[in-house]
Design a protein around this ligand. Sequence first.
Ligand SMILES: Nc1ncnc2c1ncn2[C@@H]1O[C@H](COP(=O)(O)OP(=O)(O)OP(=O)(O)O)[C@@H](O)[C@H]1O
Length: 364
Amino acid sequence: MPVKATSNKPQATSCKLQAPCSLQLEVCSYKLAASPNLLPLAAYPLPLPHMSLLQVSDLHINAATGPVLRGISFETEALKNIAIAGATGSGKSTLLKAIGGLAQPTSGKILFGGKRVLGPDERLLPGHPQIAYLSQHFELRNNYRVEEELECLNQMSEGEAARIYAICEVDHLLKRRTDQLSGGEKQRIVTARLLTTRPKLLLLDEPFSNLDLAHKQVMQRVINEISTQLEITCMLVTHDPQDSLPWAHHILIMRDGLVVQEGTPQALYHHPVDAYAAGLLGKYNELSTTQADALGMQKNHFLLRPEAIQIHSSGKGPQATVEAVLFYGSYYETRLRYLDGSLLVRTLHAEWKPGDQLFISLTA
Ligand SMILES: Nc1ncnc2c1ncn2[C@@H]1O[C@H](COP(=O)(O)OP(=O)(O)OP(=O)(O)O)[C@@H](O)[C@H]1O
């Protein structure tokens, strides 16, 4: 019987670093039965090419209110784009924070380049030197120039930093004050600031959630360049399948603190384990037995994507009545009344109107 994650948010504490400048770190604090002792700072060698970049094994995080992560295991290689999808409260942010050393595991292991990632209870300064976490709640100091903000964590030469600023499309903003920026510009500056610390893994927590289409497209371009030009592995939490499907090499589907399915975008889109997984990656129809039988499908219960059904104005086969036709720019969605339920069908053209009787079949 799965344990439901609670709806209480974690205690996010802000840890202000003073030197060389202040940076907000989001650290999750959980009440643990026993906190491990402080361990000495470890050396962080780069992972060898044959090694997994990241290995998460049986990761559990318990909050005072109940389990948040309940035994997560997966591994990934360098330069594979990983997307994490899941309903609100399924544990996506907590997983990212644990990977970044910002949330303390209750049990289980996170290895980065073969070495254990220490949690915030085990390090004086929470976080991992080669893992950067871009929070949904990033901050810039007020009344500073962008170039001053960017200097604060910079470990790079002038030329290298200039490349980062160009990739993040902030090079034209360097002389601006931080209170004269849009949300999207601020986000790219925080991203550039993180990149000047030379991370090997960049964790992006819903980076598109507050952006309009134009800023979103810029950020998508920036993220692509970060992995291709800078060779930094990116892991992205997103609610939108339009962000994850074309970008990811591998997707993790989370539910109630568990990874319930993982695989390539194609495998997950076409073969979801259940309606929950199907719904996270796009629209779907869940056919009744009657509907499935009439379409010649064997199973009692069947999930069908809207584009897996064809509409014909004449012919033979099951009939359906048009209820609504919705225009989405590059395609139409037609809602049909079909036997004991409805059906959503995606088409490029729509020559029919509500009330029309049509024939349907499965796409070959
Ligand atoms: N420190 C904590 N104490 C208590 N509950 C917590 C704590 N951290 C997380 N939770 C709970 O665990 C669940 C998972 O939270 P998390 O923020 O990781 O989910 P999420 O999938 O990222 O959600 P969203 O998509 O809304 O950002 C939520 O129900 C949250 O309230």
